[in-house]
Design a protein. Structure first.
Length: 245
């Protein structure tokens, strides 16, 4: 049998095949998805690790950073202020606070406080509310129908013993200590003091008079206010400090 015939049979039967030519490297890399990216990562693995760490840090900071808080403007004491102070531009300063910190009556515009008089002392940074100023705001929280009643005490020096917020009994005596004797009468019991002339301020903006020597202002019910009105013309008024009922 001729040699070329034997070889042709072997090639036909598959026992003898020519090897396929190798695929070019460039064509093989293009045929595999992601091969180029993998090769780049292998060559630049340190840079890839650094980028991943930066991305993780950015995500952490984003998660831990709180959302911006909405704030509003309110007025606060720019320094420690004593009771009776007439507020000026240097006494108050606007600050930004979350809306949830604003109680009802907190002042927000400088014009609302300019020239007003403090009924109680303020610490630096304390928010300013209408209940801390001389005027109708002092009755905040009082029972409906309550009235602010000014009273002139017979002993002006006794005003030094009382301060806003204390409870007092108001006593009237018609006796003159000489030839006239009369029992004392309690006109009001446990009424809270709203303001006193001992704070050093002037009450003209609220009381309608600059003559404040010996004056206190108390919060009274309608019945108490009826008995206290004009009581100083019927005799001498005194107060007695009492505790919480």
């Amino acid at each position: 049998m001729p040699a070329h015939s034997f070889r042709a049979r072997r090639e036909a039967s598959g026992f003898f095949r020519r090897p396929r030519p190798p695929v070019p490297a460039g064509r093989s890399a293009a045929a595999r998805p992601g091969a180029r990216l993998g090769a780049w990562l292998i060559r630049n693995r340190r840079l890839a690790v650094a980028l991943l760490l930066c991305a993780a840090a950015a995500l952490t900071v984003h998660q831990l950073t709180p959302a911006p808080v909405h704030t509003v403007t309110a007025l606060a004491a720019a320094r420690d202020l004593p009771a009776g102070s007439a507020l000026g531009a240097t006494d108050i300063s606007p600050i930004q606070v979350p809306p949830g910190m604003l109680a009802h009556g907190v002042l927000r515009e400088p014009g609302e406080a300019s020239g007003r008089q403090l009924a109680a002392p303020l610490r630096k940074g304390q928010l300013l509310a209408d209940a801390q100023l001389l005027g109708p705001g002092l009755l905040t929280g009082s029972p409906a129908g309550s009235a602010a009643v000014p009273l002139r005490m017979a002993d002006p020096s006794s005003i030094q013993l009382v301060s806003p917020g204390q409870l007092v009994n108001v006593v009237l005596t018609a006796a003159n200590g000489f030839d006239q004797h009369a029992p004392s009468e309690v006109l009001a019991t446990a009424v809270p003091v709203l303001w006193t002339s001992a704070t050093g301020g002037q009450g003209g903006q609220w009381l309608g008079t600059q003559e404040t020597d010996g004056l206190i202002v108390v919060a009274a019910t309608p019945e108490q206010a009826a008995r206290l009105a004009g009581a100083s013309t019927q005799g001498k008024l005194f107060f007695v400090l009492v505790g919480t009922p």
